[in-house]
Design a binder for this molecule. Structure first.
Ligand SMILES: Cc1ncc(COP(=O)(O)O)c(C=O)c1O
Length: 373
């Protein structure tokens, strides 16, 4: 029986050559590849500055610190995300205020944002869930009216835009991530982007022990971490970035193949292709089961070696956060989270694979439905 992982990176000969070249060079940590990757990334996202980091989480932490968010400040975000979005707020002693999503974009609901703003609100983190644009213009307008800064968590959104502008470039700061399940990978890694020179300078200090890139190597002028990206990772990232258009096109094709089959089924709701401004960067292909038991289906598919995922498991319902937010109910988040299922999704899948996966899925879901009746 063939097995299907949830995600799989695509590494080609150019990638291997690029990494090998660095291994033969004297620059294993910060070197010319980091700078080249940053330059190309800034061009791709159409921003002035890009700062390469060890992870997307590091990017979120640094972004908040560079904006001056401090202990006791409130940061509004969503629960429908990975733990990193919320953990980064906790990491710097600030208070995460998790609000609900809208059902069209699965991103932060503008009305929920309005209601959550308080005197303590310092920033908001908008997540483009699955690479699909949140209602970012409305959210930014509300934030500006209240003098609040905005971070776009675009970790899943490289290759997508909103009204012609790349996601990650619309707010004060954009954050990207390059774990191997992402559209492009560096193994582990992240990137911060901004058009603000002062913020960019802060990013550089914060990622490198508070040491300035231009000053004396041993002078520490502010607080900082070691959140640097190595030249080995950057070489892989740059090589992958060079074919980002191809990668996104391939992912669109796979999504379309899934869509062609699954959109015919009554009990499955597929990600929308029709809402142009809120189309996806196709980080994952997530369906919504309108009836039946999602977890049973997941279990059955796993037995058939088809790995699926509960994307996202809401943060406020996690054991670590549940006790800290007693009584917090997020209606749309909880509804969607109980129905969502991410299917195997990676460039190497062919049409035959997709027909096979869909066939098993449809048969299993009927079985589950039958069992429940
Ligand atoms: C929406 C979102 N935010 C943040 C992150 C964190 O990125 P990393 O795993 O590189 O720390 C991820 C990665 O999974 C993500 O998907």
């Amino acid at each position: 029986m063939k097995s299907y992982p949830l995600a799989k990176p695509e590494i080609n000969n150019d990638d291997i050559e690029a990494v090998t070249k660095v291994l033969k060079s004297p620059y294993l940590s910060r070197g010319p590849m980091v700078m080249a990757f940053e330059k190309q990334f800034a061009k791709e996202i159409r921003v002035k500055y890009a700062c390469a980091l060890s992870s997307g989480t590091a990017g979120l932490i640094i972004a908040l610190q560079a904006l001056g968010v401090k202990t006791g400040d409130e940061v509004i975000t969503v629960s429908f995300t990975v733990p990193a979005t919320v953990n980064s707020i906790v990491a710097i002693g600030a208070i995460p205020i998790m609000v609900d999503i809208d059902l069209m974009t699965l991103g932060m609901c503008p009305n929920a944002l309005k209601q959550a703003i308080s005197k303590k609100t310092k920033a908001i983190i908008v997540v483009h869930a699955f690479g699909k644009a949140a209602q970012i213009d409305k959210l930014i307008t509300i934030a500006r009216e209240n003098n609040i800064t905005v971070i776009e968590d675009a970790c899943e959104a490289i290759g997508n835009d909103y009204k012609g502008k790349p996601l990650g470039s619309l707010a004060d700061i954009g954050v990207f991530a390059f774990y191997p399940n992402k559209q492009i990978t560096t193994g582990e890694g992240g990137m911060l982007v901004t058009n603000d020179e002062v913020l960019h300078h802060q990013f550089e200090l914060l990622r490198n022990h508070g040491r300035s890139m231009n000053g004396d190597l041993f002078d520490q002028i502010s607080f900082g971490w070691n959140f640097r990206m190595s030249d080995i990772n950057a070489a892989l990232g740059l090589s992958q970035l060079n074919r980002i258009k191809q990668i996104v096109t391939r992912r669109q094709e796979i999504a379309a193949d899934y869509h062609a089959i699954l959109s015919q089924k009554n009990n499955i709701s597929c990600p929308a292709f029709s809402v142009k401004e809120h189309n996806s960067a196709w980080f994952v292909y997530v369906i919504r089961l309108l009836n039946g038991d999602r977890d049973k289906l997941l279990f059955e598919l796993q037995h058939l070696k088809i790995q699926c995922g509960r994307y996202f498991a809401p943060v406020h319902m996690q054991p670590y956060y549940r006790d800290k937010y007693p009584g917090l109910q997020l209606k749309n988040t909880e509804l969607i989270a109980n129905q969502c299922l991410a299917l195997p999704f990676y460039p190497q899948l062919n049409k035959k694979d997709i027909v096979y996966i869909c066939d098993k899925l449809v048969k299993s879901s009927q079985y589950v439905y039958f069992l429940l009746k």
